[in-house]
Design a protein around this ligand. Structure first.
Ligand SMILES: Nc1ncnc2c1ncn2[C@@H]1O[C@H](COP(=O)(O)OP(=O)(O)OP(=O)(O)O)[C@@H](O)[C@H]1O
Ligand SMILES: [Mg+2]
Length: 248
């Protein structure tokens, strides 16, 4: 059974069809990267899956339920969390508070002491334990990215949808990111990752879904996708310029 089964999903804004017809099944326990040029519809697809947008047609099945029509809170409660391309942190709050507050949205009944212990464990995991009492606004760029990740890792979640979590990270931070992703996979989580950096995509992905103009043009292993010249031409464009990470 697929970890997420998207069938015939369609979305138009006004008369502009952004997602004509997406069908995609995520294999459980794998990291699937969703790649494609700027404006391909990747973030829109996340919004449709997680209840931030309602599709015009189609279904999104997760553990036997159709997610279409559910609120984002309800989708999270079922076990799906997503990160946003723009970091949505509480700048005036400390690192610890940012994660603790996020955890409250998991609807899990923690005692205060258990919630604090869990928050500290997550901060340790993402390498932010020593920044526990630092305000989010005083963190470096990479630290803010890891705090953003910690906020969803603190939830009781099976499926992670990550929108450009590694954009702008330097070499060592990318290694930390890779280790974190691998640890999520080792725990049996399923990850759908939007990423523009093809080196990262190649390193971390078990599968790649290639999205262009709102259509899944290919779904395959990294080896096969990278060997497909038609797709690389589409990605890099006729001018030979790579798609850029809009959030950088
Ligand atoms: N709420 C909206 N109303 C109208 N148009 C929208 C809306 N959201 C997205 N779009 C349009 O849909 C298209 C796809 O946008 P989307 O943000 O999903 O692309 P993306 O693949 O995530 O791109 P990027 O790699 O730059 O983040 C774009 O042309 C965008 O302008
Ligand atoms: Mg996007």
């Amino acid at each position: 059974m697929a970890a997420l089964d998207i069938h015939g999903l369609r979305k138009a804004f006004g008369g502009n069809v952004i997602i004509p017809d997406v069908t995609l099944a995520l294999e459980p326990g794998l990291i699937t990267s969703l790649v494609g040029p700027n404006g391909a519809g990747k973030t829109t697809l996340f919004n449709l899956i997680t209840g931030f947008l309602r599709p015009d047609a189609g279904s999104v099945h997760y553990k036997g339920s159709d997610l279409v029509g559910l609120s984002p809170q309800r989708v999270t409660r079922l076990g799906i969390a997503r990160s946003f391309q723009d970091l949505r942190l509480f700048n005036e709050m400390t690192v610890f508070e940012n994660v603790l507050v996020a955890q409250e949205s998991s609807f899990r009944l923690w005692t205060r002491a258990a919630a604090c212990r869990h928050t500290d464990a997550v901060l340790e995991r993402v390498g932010l334990a020593d920044k526990r009492d630092t305000r989010a606004m005083d963190l470096s760029y990479a630290e803010r990215k890891f705090l953003n990740l910690a906020r969803i890792m603190a939830l009781d979640i099976d499926l992670f949808l990550l929108d450009e979590p590694a954009s702008g990270l330097d070499g060592p931070s990318r290694t930390t990111f890779h280790t974190l992703l691998q640890s999520l996979k080792d725990e049996g989580h399923t990850v759908l990752l939007i990423e523009h950096n093809l080196d990262i995509v190649r390193e971390v992905s078990d599968r790649i879904a290639f999205l262009n103009k709102g259509e899944v043009m290919a779904f395959d292993t990294p080896e096969r996708i990278f060997a497909n010249e038609r797709l690389t031409d589409l990605y890099f464009g006729t001018a030979g310029r790579p798609a850029e990470a809009a959030s950088c």
